[in-house]
Design a protein around this ligand. Structure first.
Ligand SMILES: *[C@@H]1O[C@H](CO)[C@@H](O)[C@H](O)[C@H]1NC(C)=O
Ligand SMILES: *[C@@H]1O[C@H](CO)[C@@H](O)[C@H](O)[C@H]1NC(C)=O
Ligand SMILES: *[C@@H]1O[C@H](CO)[C@@H](O)[C@H](O)[C@H]1NC(C)=O
Ligand SMILES: *[C@@H]1O[C@H](CO)[C@@H](O)[C@H](O)[C@H]1NC(C)=O
Length: 423
């Protein structure tokens, strides 16, 4: 099963010790460098941290003039509605699929199956301030994307997102997996009746990286990752994202020289992750602009995590059962900085470009209740004496869960563009 794979890569479900990097968040301090930890860290980085991270956004994206899908209330979205500024409102209808009706949920995100006791987090819907955003209609979406190819490019949060989409769509038509790579990180599926193709491409940095070196992750800041660029001309729609992998210990290469690093214990000049992330987005951006192929490219902004009172490896947890109200909670500095870089780089484009922001950061930030927490593994507390030691995941999203709503804003953005211009 594909799901097992990512999990194993990330962390073996059995050993829930704190050394397993659930999150690659690197503490700001450069002291106390510990070789053993570093090796351990690299090891896991190589194997699988790939899974985490992702999307969201804040602030005001370029105004999208929206033509709403048929809203159940008959309230047609207003033009210039900002889809990404809004509130979570109660939604008694609940999720569009269950752990039984969808078998594409990764074990680590199958929260109800794993014994999460509260269910209130399933009964909310994203409501943009100035318009209604109906939950998208799967058959209508498939019909609109007949003969098209939609690709998700990124890390484990991109996978989380594509699984949410598949769960919703597969309630209408059974999906066929037609390709997976050796590690089951990149996959292609088809919805045969619609000839609609869906991919996820594993490229956590978007730029070229080498995670096999014993001296740390080597990042090539002036080269893109061929894994996605080689396939780019196939795609009609692209949802691309970057983010948390840049927080790992990384060594920067530019023009065939080492130019610096992030968190490398003084071996090179520490330029920080903001340096590498900015370069990566710049590269990505230049590629999209210069490519003669013009799919609609949605850049999904960084996904905030909700570890409280610690990080993934220091006892952080996320046990809230309600969304934040406006003004409640505070986004972490890394998430804010990454989001700022995304906006800064992508705003330069302006209109006429085929890049759109899928600015899910703010809406996601409001959902501290949407993560697996301890329920990344089945019945995590059974037979455990020290509950605090149970590893938490406060980064990925439960399925079903708040990430299902990313699809509503994504599809609104895709179909809106679809109505205005040919791809
Ligand atoms: C599915 O979720 C329900 C809770 O809604 C839970 O009781 C049940 O055990 C789960 N079953 C499977 C097969 O995941
Ligand atoms: C449509 O929805 C908006 C936002 O919820 C609301 O302000 C407006 O009054 C609604 N319009 C109609 C015609 O229902
Ligand atoms: C199916 O879609 C692909 C593009 O994704 C297209 O190349 C192909 O011609 C389509 N097949 C049919 C039978 O329409
Ligand atoms: C969350 O966990 C903390 C620490 O264990 C506890 O103090 C708090 O009451 C918990 N909150 C909820 C909503 O369970």
């Amino acid at each position: 099963m594909e799901q097992q794979l990512s999990l194993i890569l990330l962390h073996s479900p059995r050993s829930v010790n704190n050394e397993e990097p659930l999150l690659a968040r690197v503490p700001p301090t450069k002291h106390h460098y510990n070789r053993t930890f570093f090796k351990f860290f690299l090891y896991f980085v190589l194997i699988g941290l790939s899974y985490y991270f992702i999307i969201s956004s804040f602030f005001v994206p370029p105004p999208l003039s929206l033509i709403s899908l048929d809203s159940p209330s008959g309230n047609v979205s207003s033009k210039n509605c900002d889809l990404f500024v809004g509130d979570w409102v109660p939604d008694p209808t609940g999720p569009r699929y269950t752990n039984l009706s969808c078998n594409h949920i990764q074990d680590f995100q199958n929260c109800l199956f794993n014994g999460r006791p509260d269910e209130n987090y399933l009964f909310w819907r994203w409501k943009p301030r100035n318009c209604d955003l109906p939950k998208f209609e799967p058959s209508q979406f498939l019909d609109s994307l007949r003969n098209k190819w939609l690709a998700f490019i990124g890390d484990s949060i991109a996978r989380n997102h594509v699984q949410s989409l598949i769960c919703i769509l597969s309630q209408v038509e059974k999906v066929e997996e037609i390709y997976h790579d050796k590690e089951h990180r990149s996959k292609i599926w088809r919805f045969p009746a619609y000839n609609f193709t869906l991919s996820v491409v594993w490229a956590p940095f978007l730029i070229k990286s080498d995670t096999s070196s014993s001296s740390g992750i080597q990042l090539y800041l002036d080269q893109l990752d061929h894994k996605w660029t080689d396939q780019y001309s196939n795609f009609d729609y692209v949802v691309i994202s970057g983010g948390k992998w840049f927080l790992k210990s990384t060594i920067f290469h530019e023009n065939d020289k080492i130019t610096g690093c992030h968190y490398c214990q003084g071996r090179y000049t520490d330029l920080g992750y903001t340096y590498s992330y900015r370069k990566a987005i710049n590269q990505f951006h230049n590629f999209i602009q210069n490519s003669p192929h013009k799919p609609l490219v949605l850049f999904r902004t960084t996904t905030p995590d909700h570890f409280e009172n610690g990080e993934w490896n220091t006892g952080g947890y996320c046990n809230r059962t309600m969304p934040f109200k406006q003004g409640e909670g505070k986004m972490k500095t890394e998430d804010e900085l990454m989001h700022d870089i995304e906006l800064e780089m992508l705003r330069k484009h302006g209109s006429g470009s085929n890049i759109r922001l899928l600015d899910t950061t703010a809406m996601s930030f409001l959902r501290p209740d949407g993560h697996p927490g301890p329920y990344r593994n089945p019945h995590p507390f059974v037979g455990v004496k020290d509950k605090k030691k149970v590893q938490r995941d406060c980064l990925h999203w439960c399925l079903p869960g708040p990430i299902d709503s990313w699809n509503d804003v994504m599809i609104e953005t895709i179909l809106n563009r679809n109505g205005k211009a040919e791809i």
